[in-house]
Design a protein around this ligand. Structure first.
Ligand code: NAD
Length: 296
């Protein structure tokens, strides 16, 4: 599996393209937005530059990684040459279903189709294709070049062979894969999202402010980042989409998204990627300031 396609070049897609390109794979990076593709290439170049500064890679390795990536807005014939596709498009079931129907038509029969979805059923995604046994979840963590974990999700029909090949491929990328079963949110988000939602409810109820909640969880529970900052980093739209999948998938009201989260997404305050969520973000600055809406 040397020819890889990555679908979606947002926060996750650029990182996934980065790690494959850096480990000697040719990467076809596809997005519906040319602007997103250009932004992704700039991010990859910046992140490779950081690795170079730290001495983790050489100038030549940086250049080879960049040369390994080709971008396009077309689902064209080049996809037919890919051995593995990792889909990292917007967390919306209909968007993912339509992508997988398209991939199934274009990709060669032996190609493995993986999704980086945070919560959507792999079995449902696989059912859009005529090759459900070759569909699997390959859930990278953000930021992909840094985080070691890959949650490998077996759909109902995924074969042992496909699963073990994806476990091996993840190790080849320098990651540590963990195999889990296909239930809403899998393991990572079944546990993480209720905690983030509870932090937002705690803020909404006025129990404490943004910094206080994050400080309690950082200092008290040894979390490297507080849950509100983490939500901003993941993207509040992504958090909301995952909570809706958990709520619908388990039919349990405990997963109902906090109305404050719904309001923030409706207002376009999606966290770091839009410059404001619970905190405000200025490009090039690491300073973390509580957003005006939550300032005392
Ligand atoms: P994002 O909004 O940053 O990027 C999504 C990209 O998909 C956008 O560039 C968009 O233009 C593109 N896209 C939309 N429809 C498309 C299509 N039909 N074909 C090709 N590209 C299309 O989202 P993200 O945070 O990168 O999340 C992507 C996936 O990764 C989601 O499934 C999400 O749940 C999952 N994920 C996200 C995180 C996180 O921390 N953000 C972590 C793990 C997994």
């Amino acid at each position: 599996m040397k020819h890889i396609a990555v679908i979606g070049s947002g926060s996750m897609g650029n990182g996934i393209a980065h790690v494959f390109a850096q480990t000697g794979h040719s990467v076809l990076l596809i997005d519906v937005s040319e602007t997103a593709l250009q932004k992704a290439l700039a991010t990859i170049e910046k992140n490779l530059g950081r690795q170079l500064e730290k001495g983790a890679i050489t100038e030549e390795q940086k250049n080879i990684a960049l040369q390994n990536i080709k971008t396009t807005t077309e689902y064209g014939a080049e996809l037919a040459n890919c051995d593995l596709v990792v889909e990292a498009a917007t967390e919306n079931p209909e968007i993912k279903f339509s992508i997988f129907r398209k991939l199934d038509e274009i990709c060669k029969p032996e190609a493995i189709l993986a999704s980086n979805t945070s919560s959507i059923s792999i079995t449902k995604i696989a059912a859009q294709t005529k090759r459900p046994s070759q569909v699997i979840g390959m859930h990278f963590m953000n930021p992909v070049p840094v985080m070691k974990l890959v949650e490998v999700i077996r759909g109902y029909a995924t074969t042992d062979d496909v699963c073990s090949r994806i476990m091996e491929k993840s190790k080849e990328l320098g990651k540590i894969p963990v195999e889990v079963n296909d239930y809403p949110g899998f393991v990572a988000n079944k546990i993480l999202m209720p905690m983030i939602n509870e932090a937002i409810i705690t803020l909404h109820e006025g129990v404490a402010g943004v910094e206080e909640i994050d400080t309690v969880m950082k200092l008290g529970m040894a979390h490297p980042m507080g849950p509100l900052q983490l939500a901003d980093f993941i993207g509040l739209d992504v958090c909301l989409a995952i909570l809706k999948v958990l709520q619908e998938g388990f039919g349990n009201p405990k997963y109902a998204p906090c109305p404050l989260l719904v309001n923030m997404v409706t207002a376009g305050k999606l966290g770091a990627k839009t410059g404001e969520g619970f905190y405000t973000y200025t490009p090039g600055s690491k300073e973390l300031k509580v957003a005006p809406f939550f300032s005392k």
